[in-house]
Design a protein around this ligand. Structure first.
Ligand SMILES: NC(=O)c1ccc[n+]([C@@H]2O[C@H](COP(=O)([O-])OP(=O)(O)OC[C@H]3O[C@@H](n4cnc5c(N)ncnc54)[C@H](OP(=O)(O)O)[C@@H]3O)[C@@H](O)[C@H]2O)c1
Length: 313
């Protein structure tokens, strides 16, 4: 395979370890596809992986590619690939072990890659995989939200939070949430009510919720007990060893690690194609300028409230 440009790193560390370099994609395993990447979007998980906090899972083989989420066109398929064909427009996520979506091309397993709805651009499609799958699994699979129920989303305007709000509303649940005071109008426009700040007093919403999704992982235990109905669920997507221990105990608290299920991504992609899930794009940059944009996003949180997407020419 010919060499392509990709953002990669040769050791775990901060944003300074990232380089835009030439890289030769590996030969395809039978269940893998080569995708010519048109757009790749950034997620907080990408820099957590690069920092090395998941190295028990991600290993010590370098160079490692940066980024998981992408949209592009299938350029080659392995001998056992049955669902995807050369020329298909797709979106998907690379596993944390084999990341590398900020690139001109990426090799990924067929599982976790789905056809792109024709009415979504590559940029829009690239923003969906991680936030869509996580929100879907939190609200639908684990949270089992239903029409008539009340859901609270802590961090309701982040990537996962916003997707979760839209999924819960589409099921017929009502959604309350927390955001920065300056973003209240944005939350109201999404259909969230009531809207509170990140440091709200839980007593004001005591006992109201069937499901709480804590996207920031910062809700104190006492607050979540107060907010949740007796039969409610609490889902936290920011794992720590202590949280896993708490999650293993009987009770409503659960730490969720999203799984890259093809069926779930397909559901999200179809919903986005019908306009039911929209993930705002905050900034689009050419891959050649993505290093500085990624550093600004990580260190200064800009753009806020929208995805950073790198596009190839
Ligand atoms: N377990 C999993 O499988 C999984 C999957 C995906 C993501 N995650 C993790 O989930 C987190 C959220 O991901 P994301 O993609 O939604 O990130 P994101 O787009 O950066 O959104 C984070 C949101 O949290 C808000 N926030 C900031 N400080 C807060 C506070 N003190 N309390 C409540 N909310 C606060 C932010 O608001 P402002 O923008 O106004 O600051 C923003 O809306 C990340 O840590 C990510 O690594 C886990």
């Amino acid at each position: 395979m010919t060499a392509v440009k990709r953002i990669q790193y040769h050791q775990y560390g901060g944003p300074e370890v990232l380089r835009l370099e030439e890289f030769e994609p590996r030969s395809l395993a039978p269940n893998e596809v080569l995708v010519r990447v048109h757009a790749a979007s950034a997620n907080p998980m990408d820099w957590k992986i690069r920092d090395g906090i998941m190295q028990a899972t991600t290993g010590r083989a370098f160079p490692r590619g940066f980024g998981t989420d992408f949209a592009g066109i299938v350029e080659a398929v392995g001998t056992a690939v049955a669902r995807l064909r050369v020329g298909d427009e797709v979106l998907g996520g690379a596993s944390p072990q084999k990341a590398g979506s900020f690139a001109e091309a990426v090799v990924v397993e067929e599982d976790g890659v789905v056809n792109k709805p024709t009415n979504l651009s590559f940029v829009e499609a690239s923003a969906l995989p991680t936030v869509g799958i996580t929100a879907f699994q939190a609200i639908v699979r684990e949270g089992e939200a239903k029409a008539g129920q009340s859901v609270f989303v802590h961090g309701c305007l982040g990537g996962v939070g916003r997707a979760a709000v839209q999924i819960a509303l589409s099921l017929g649940a009502s959604v309350a949430g927390s955001c920065r005071p300056s973003a209240t109008a944005d939350a109201r426009a999404l259909g969230i009510h009531p809207i509170v700040g990140f440091d709200f007093d839980p007593e004001t919403l005591a006992g109201q919720f069937d499901l709480i999704l804590d996207t920031a992982g910062t809700l104190p235990k006492a607050a979540t007990r107060m907010l949740t109905k007796r039969t409610g669920h609490l889902i936290d997507i920011n794992p720590t060893p202590a949280k896993f221990a708490r999650s293993a105990m009987p009770g409503p608290y659960q730490v969720l690690i999203a799984q890259p299920l093809t069926a779930d991504l397909d559901t999200i992609a179809r919903a986005a194609g019908q306009g039911a899930i929209q993930v705002p794009i905050g900034r689009t940059v050419p891959l050649a300028d993505a290093l500085s944009a990624l550093t600004e996003l990580e260190l200064h949180r800009t753009p806020r409230g929208g995805k950073l997407v790198a596009v190839t020419e």
